[in-house]
Design a protein around this ligand. Structure first.
Ligand SMILES: N[C@@H](CCC(=O)N[C@@H](CS)C(=O)NCC(=O)O)C(=O)O
Length: 212
């Protein structure tokens, strides 16, 4: 069984969506940020970085293997895909393509989108938000890169939906808050809607349900 410790944020949603897409059984533990549960000793023993998402696989398989904790959304996505035998090609060029876009989404896109996110929040609170526009210009450029690849094929890694699509989608979903007009990127906008229409995507989106 996989135990998911998370909250419905862009990084957390990557994992709840992937778990729904994978069909693997899992149980959810909501992490309460208002009580700073992500910094508690129990949580830090699972992820010393003190951030969601984390999974604990209570039965990872293999002789003598006890529970296994995995943190970093990109690593968790690979773990889930390999365990389920879904959402990632087993070998060959399709696997390389998926990794290229998974790392692009997990590093470049996630990093820049998170900067814009926090700077927008600061601005909303009336505080100074240095370099917000610079980060926004860079984020727009990254949307252009995604739009370019999606003009050539249906999903980021080619013909098949993979964990790379999930990793990119949850940040693109914040386009309005980040001040980006998605319609300026037609292939990306189509992909965005096509992904969101997947039943497992819809189910995984609000896990654990948010009350705020
Ligand atoms: N690189 C990490 C980033 C995780 C991350 O930033 N999680 C945020 C929520 S989206 C978090 O836990 N924030 C709470 C905190 O920083 O205390 C990943 O991809 O898993």
């Amino acid at each position: 069984m996989i135990e998911l410790h998370s909250r419905a944020t862009p990084n957390g949603r990557k994992i709840s969506i992937a778990l729904e897409e994978s069909g693997l059984p899992y149980r959810v533990h909501a992490v309460d940020f208002t009580r700073r549960e992500q910094k508690s000793p129990e949580f830090l023993s699972l992820n010393p970085n003190g951030r969601i998402p984390v999974i604990v696989d209570t039965a990872p398989g293999g002789p003598g293997q006890g529970p296994l904790a995995v943190f970093e959304s990109g690593a968790i996505l690979i773990y889930i895909a390999e365990k389920a035998g879904k959402l990632l090609a087993r070998d060959g060029m399709a696997r390389v393509e998926a990794f290229k876009w998974l790392f692009f989404a997990s590093s470049q896109l996630t990093h820049i989108a998170m900067q814009v996110h926090w700077l927008v929040r600061l601005k909303e609170r009336g505080e100074t938000a240095p370099h917000l526009e610079d980060y926004r210009v860079e984020l727009r450029r990254l949307y252009g890169v995604l739009d370019g690849v999606l003009s050539g094929h249906k999903w980021l890694a080619g013909d098949d939906f993979t964990i790379a699509d999930i990793a990119a989608w949850t940040w693109v979903e914040r386009h309005q808050m980040h001040g980006i007009v998605l319609e300026s990127f037609p292939a990306l906008a189509d992909w965005f809607a096509r992904s969101a229409a997947r039943p497992a995507f819809k189910k995984g989106y609000d896990i654990p349900p948010r009350e705020d």
